[in-house]
Design a protein around this ligand. Structure first.
Ligand code: G1P
Ligand code: ZN
Length: 544
């Protein structure tokens, strides 16, 4: 076997963020850059000799080249087998499903999620552990530490593996199995949802849906599930062919970037149901006819209706949401008499709660919803969950959400993003807000009174690990909140996220546009954080 040990120099910027290491493609293409990071991952693991690794990505530019490098490095480092998606493609949820089902040691997922792809756009590498979920902070810290002192990496000198042909191949001593993950994923979905009932809904002639795969990874999965298996008409899945640059788009399923779907659902003769997913298939957006469901509400509605879905019929152990996600789910948990956990932003914080059986459903305001079926958020799972509820209740999306608000009150919610802000200015803004925290409590801000003001810290109830500085919260006596955070997934400057929430029990006010309902709080946030002055922007770049 031709294993080469290559001498290398460390890079100082390989610190994984909210979801793995994300950089521009040219950064990853620097000599030894990707190799260093992959070796740093392997160096921080123990006991993987002879074990199985799952590898695949969202198909973006550089996916195939990166996979060839990873395969040869895995072979040189002693893995027994790598399961790789056909064409190098694996959605993030499918990768999580495979790791669990085949008891792999872990997985490497190549994705920058919803960020654009292409020669000058984003690429990313994420390591997932044996439970199928993103590596927890102690692992990502070990990887970062390793990356800063790395002196060599190991790689096998061999020809590239044909990623398009299904089957098992030898790479040195290691086996490479090229698989079509669609079948495993479909089987998992069939074990959770009432496919017969959903099929009746989709083929009954009364109900139409549109699913926008945004030229990203879910295209093939969505076609196989909705069109082939469930009988929805051909064309139900829009933009279903994965492209290396996502067709030049931004594969982020929100009201701004999924505008074609939004126009369709808000247009004349709109379908009854619309959904979109992101670059790597873990996010989802849910739309009814002329109706947008916020991800926070979506989590709450799924939880309140879980009994209608076979996989969740026996009830939920608990619900977990990221801190900035609205408190709508907390109200459902209280009604159901189950615990609701508040975790820092990022799916990795749900892993322990799911493993310990403390939570069944999890969600983030950033269009992420999922459950204990895998250890990642799961876009198509959320779409199927909604379809199952729609099929069981025979009501529209709008009716279901409005009824939910009537029962629980409405947590009016919005997120304002200020993208590509100068990093120094963004840090100054956060420091400015932090400096006010000790004196804010009890103060009147406009018509609100501050009940608490802190920098969110989380103690994991399972392993006791503590994560500090997870976002600044200012909470008011009526339950309203504003939260300030800097993004941990961007690749250009800093992104300020401002999360706004107010609680409205009055049904007469449930129809209000959130930007109108939250207008005073938006203005107060600017007053507290000097957003317009410090960012130099009059408006957020994205409002969801
Ligand atoms: C963003 C979202 C967060 C999500 C992450 C990965 O992270 O806000 O909820 O888990 O992407 O999809 P951020 O850029 O805010 O750090
Ligand atoms: Zn994603």
């Amino acid at each position: 076997m031709d294993i080469r040990t290559v001498v290398t120099q460390p890079y100082s910027d390989q610190k994984p963020g909210t979801s793995g290491l994300r950089k521009k493609v040219p950064t990853f293409q620097q000599p030894h850059y990707l190799e260093n990071f992959i070796q740093a991952i392997f160096n921080s693991l123990e006991g993987y000799q002879g074990q199985t690794l799952v590898v695949g990505g969202d198909g973006r530019y550089y996916n195939r080249q990166a996979i060839q490098i990873i395969l040869k490095m895995a072979a040189a480092n002693g893995f027994g087998k790598v399961m790789v998606g056909q064409g190098g493609i694996l959605s993030t949820p499918a990768a999580s499903c495979l790791i669990r089902k085949y008891r792999a040691f872990g997985g490497i997922i190549l994705s920058a999620s919803h960020n654009p792809g292409g020669p000058n756009e984003d690429f990313g590498v994420k390591y997932n552990i044996s439970n199928g979920g993103p590596a927890p902070e102690k692992v990502t810290e070990a990887i970062f530490t390793n990356s800063k002192s790395i002196t060599e990496y190991r790689v096998l000198d061999a020809a590239d593996v044909n990623l398009d042909r299904l089957g098992c191949f030898k790479l040195g001593e290691m086996t490479v199995e090229v698989i079509d993950s669609g079948a495993d994923y479909l089987e998992l979905m069939q074990s959770l949802f009432d496919f017969d009932r959903i099929q009746q809904l989709l083929t009954g002639g009364q109900f139409r849906m549109a699913m926008d795969a945004m030229h990203a990874v879910t295209g093939p999965y969505a076609r196989s599930i909705f069109e082939t298996t469930l009988g929805a008409p051909a064309g139900t899945v829009m933009h279903g062919v994965p492209l290396e640059d996502f067709g030049g788009g931004h594969p982020d399923p929100n009201l701004v970037y999924a505008h074609e779907l939004v126009e369709l659902l808000f247009g004349e003769d709109a379908p009854d149901f619309g959904a979109a997913s992101d670059g790597d298939g873990d996010r989802n957006m849910i739309l009814g006819r002329r109706f947008f469901v916020t991800p926070s509400d979506s989590l709450a509605v799924l939880a309140a209706n879980a009994k209608l879905v076979p996989g969740y019929r026996d009830g939920l152990a608990g619900i977990a949401r990221s801190m900035p996600t609205s408190q709508a789910a907390d109200r459902v948990a209280a009604r159901l008499g189950i615990d609701c956990y508040e975790t820092p932003t990022g799916w990795k914080f749900f892993g322990n709660l799911l493993d310990a059986g403390k939570a069944t459903l999890c969600g983030e305001e950033s269009f992420g919803t999922g459950s204990n079926h895998i250890r990642e958020k799961d876009g198509l799972w959320a779409v199927l969950f909604w379809l199952n509820i729609l099929a069981a209740r025979q009501e529209s999306v709008e009716q279901i959400v409005k009824e939910h608000w009537q029962q629980f009150g409405r947590n009016i919610y919005s997120r304002h993003d200020y993208e590509a802000v100068d990093t120094e200015r963004a840090n100054k803004l956060m420091e400015g807000v932090r400096a006010q925290l000790p004196t804010l409590k009890g103060q009147k801000l406009g018509s609100y009174e501050v009940a608490y003001a802190d920098d969110f810290s989380y103690t994991d109830p399972v392993d006791g690990s503590i994560s500090h500085k997870q976002g600044v919260r200012i909470g008011f006596t009526d339950g309203s909140r504003m939260v300030f955070r800097l993004s941990g997934t961007g690749t250009q400057g800093a992104t300020l996220r401002l999360y706004l929430e107010s609680y409205e029990p009055n049904i007469a006010k449930h129809g209000l546009d959130p930007q109108v309902a939250l207008a005073e709080m938006i203005q107060l946030a600017d007053q507290v954080a000097q957003i317009r002055t410090l960012t130099g922007m009059d408006q957020p770049t994205v409002i969801t």
